[in-house]
Design a protein around this ligand. Structure first.
Ligand code: GTQ
Ligand code: FE2
Length: 345
């Protein structure tokens, strides 16, 4: 069999009586390309050399505004708690390194938003979840736990009480434990989808399975205790002139994620915003609604709301609420992509 070009097509010369078939296209010569007689012929010649005509735009590479790939959504803590309680009967932390429930919102699975994934996690009394480290940055918002639940971050034991936020930045060792008599439930927020996109993913289990605790921290830059947050919110409220108070935790707390707490007093609502950063909200206390682009999401304590980038949104509360906000703002800002859009009035 001998391949040859016939009018730009590559066909085999077949034995008499058989049908000619187009065979694997070989690389066209510069001369064959230069003498291509039509655009269609040129496109066919380009395919086997992995070149595409940018002007033909089979799929556009640029568009005028962000696509709405991800949708605003809400997840129920009550449902998650039920599922985690079942998982508590059905799987232990030896088998499952983490007993976590991923909040899936991507059209093709996994992620909660383009850059950020959120998950509920539960650890039972007496259990330990072994130590490991990874390049994705992570943080936790504690929802329900009694004194005795803790995370060990780089050898420091940090207590986990409701409303606390605990950081485990890029490549820090971390494991969890629970010496209390109650199951501990929290919300994990990680930049895993961003790390998957950029591909600097590294993961390592701790060589001793459970990292030894060197110290019990009574104050750590990795720990934002709820009592301190409440004190700061009260100060911010006094300065807010009737608008919702917002304080940031860290500046930013992590290289890829900025954290803040927003207090909505009874009857308050946030100013409408449309920002080029993805946001995940955890409800620390109270209840309310988030309106975003024609949808109204209802939420109460422990629930999680995601507002993808470039979606106008407003949070409202009749009875008062505190929202924990996590965004990829530091990434967008550093790259020069952080825009604030005009909002409808
Ligand atoms: O607790 O270390 O939800 O590594 C996902 C990955 C939690 C954790 C998650 C993790 C963790
Ligand atoms: Fe982890």
């Amino acid at each position: 069999m001998r391949a040859a070009s016939a009018g730009g097509r590559f066909r085999c010369y077949c034995p008499a009586g058989t049908t000619p078939t187009v065979i694997r296209m070989t690389s066209p010569t510069p001369q064959q390309l230069a003498t291509s007689g039509s655009l269609d012929e040129l496109y066919r010649q380009l395919a086997p050399i992995r070149m595409g005509a940018g002007w033909a735009k089979p799929t556009p590479s640029l568009w005028p505004e962000p696509k709405k790939t991800f949708k605003p959504a809400v997840w129920s803590y009550a449902q998650a708690k039920g599922a985690l309680d079942a998982a508590g009967r059905l799987i232990n932390t030896e088998l499952a390194e983490r007993r976590n429930l991923i909040l899936q919102n991507a059209p093709d699975g996994y992620a909660t938003s383009r850059t950020i994934v959120a998950a509920y996690q539960m650890i039972m009394p007496g259990e330990k979840a072994r130590s490991h480290r990874h390049t994705p940055n992570a943080l936790r918002l504690i929802v329900d736990a009694e004194p005795g639940a803790y995370t060990v971050v780089n050898g420091e034991r940090l207590s986990m009480l409701p409303g606390d936020v605990v950081l485990t930045p890029n490549w820090c060792w971390h494991g969890h434990g629970n010496d209390s008599r109650a199951c501990a439930y929290w919300l994990d927020v990680l930049d895993v989808p961003l790390v998957q996109l950029l591909e600097p993913m590294f993961f390592e289990p701790h060589p001793e399975e459970f990292e030894k605790e060197i110290t019990v921290a009574n104050s750590s830059p990795m720990h934002f205790p709820w009592a301190e947050t409440q004190r700061r919110l009260a100060e911010a409220r006094a300065r807010a002139n009737g608008a919702p108070a917002e304080i940031s935790l860290g500046d930013p707390a992590l290289d890829t994620m900025a954290l803040s707490m927003i207090e909505l007093q009874a009857g308050q609502q946030t100013a409408p915003r449309k920002v080029m950063s993805n946001a995940v909200f955890g409800v620390v206390q109270g209840s309310g609604t988030t309106a975003s682009e024609g949808e109204t999401l209802k939420w109460s304590r422990g629930d999680v709301i995601v507002v993808p980038a470039w979606h106008e949104h407003v949070h409202k509360s009749d009875g008062g609420a505190v929202l924990f906000r996590v965004t990829d703002e530091p990434v967008m800002r550093k790259l020069g992509f952080l825009r604030e859009g005009a909002v409808a009035h």
